[in-house]
Design a protein around this ligand. Structure first.
Ligand code: MD3
Ligand code: FE
Length: 203
């Protein structure tokens, strides 16, 4: 089932469910190579969600700013390669939402534990905004905030559940968005955490 959030923004309910086992197996390998870490914002705050990445580029943040980098700053090594099951899912979900030819070079992996959140922001560190972003939710449900083009615009609250895939681009690409603090009810398969994979064409 496709739910429309905006002119070019969709939630594909349960789209990732048939591939969850393969996604989690690949994720375990990535986590071993590039463990989740809480990054610092340029303003000096510690982000409550912990991050890792895979693919040619990974997203990092520190006192010097936000950027994409080909090396994991913690290990000095390249980020783990993007598993084929990730690439396929992202490309097929993008096409199902009307974006043909999506070829992600970065997958940011956010891990939320109970209480972790992501405040309203725009994703604008990517080189061009023509490509969509694809996000895959795994584990505990969360409330997604879907705002407008100004931070003060009223944000809709959209629940995102295990296996849901969101795709947004075009007119919706630069909308403000965020995640409310994660609840406490553990997920039966994944325990007390939520994982979000976001695929981008960053470089
Ligand atoms: C944005 N992650 O990593 S992705 C991020 O669930 C990030 O971890 C959040 O924002 C997370 O930068 C949200 C889900 C999402 C879905 C639809 C959107 C973000 C969107 C539509 C427009 C803009
Ligand atoms: Fe974002």
């Amino acid at each position: 089932r496709r739910t429309r959030l905006g002119p070019q923004a969709w939630v594909l309910r349960g789209y990732a469910l048939p591939r969850v086992d393969a996604l989690l197996a690949a994720l375990a390998d990535i986590e071993a190579e590039a463990p989740f870490r809480q990054m610092k914002t340029p303003g000096g705050f510690t982000m409550s969600a912990a991050l890792s990445s895979c693919g040619a580029l990974g997203w990092t943040s520190d006192r010097r700013g936000y950027r994409y980098s080909s090396l994991d700053p913690d290990s000095g090594r390249p980020w783990p390669p993007m598993p084929e099951v990730f690439v396929r899912l992202a490309r097929e979900a993008a096409a199902a939402a009307g974006f043909e030819g999506f070829a992600p070079d970065a997958c940011l992996i956010n891990r939320y534990l109970p209480g972790a959140r992501m405040s309203l922001h725009q994703d604008k560190n990517e080189r061009d905004f023509d490509a969509p972003i694809v996000s895959v939710s795994l584990g505990m449900s969360a409330v997604f905030l879907f705002g407008g083009h100004a931070r003060a615009d009223k944000a809709a609250r959209v629940p995102l559940h295990h296996g849901d895939v969101a795709v947004w681009g075009g007119a919706d690409r630069l909308r403000y968005h965020g995640i409310l603090p994660l609840g406490a009810q553990p997920h039966p398969l994944m325990g007390a955490r939520r994982i979000n994979l976001t695929f981008r064409q960053a470089g």
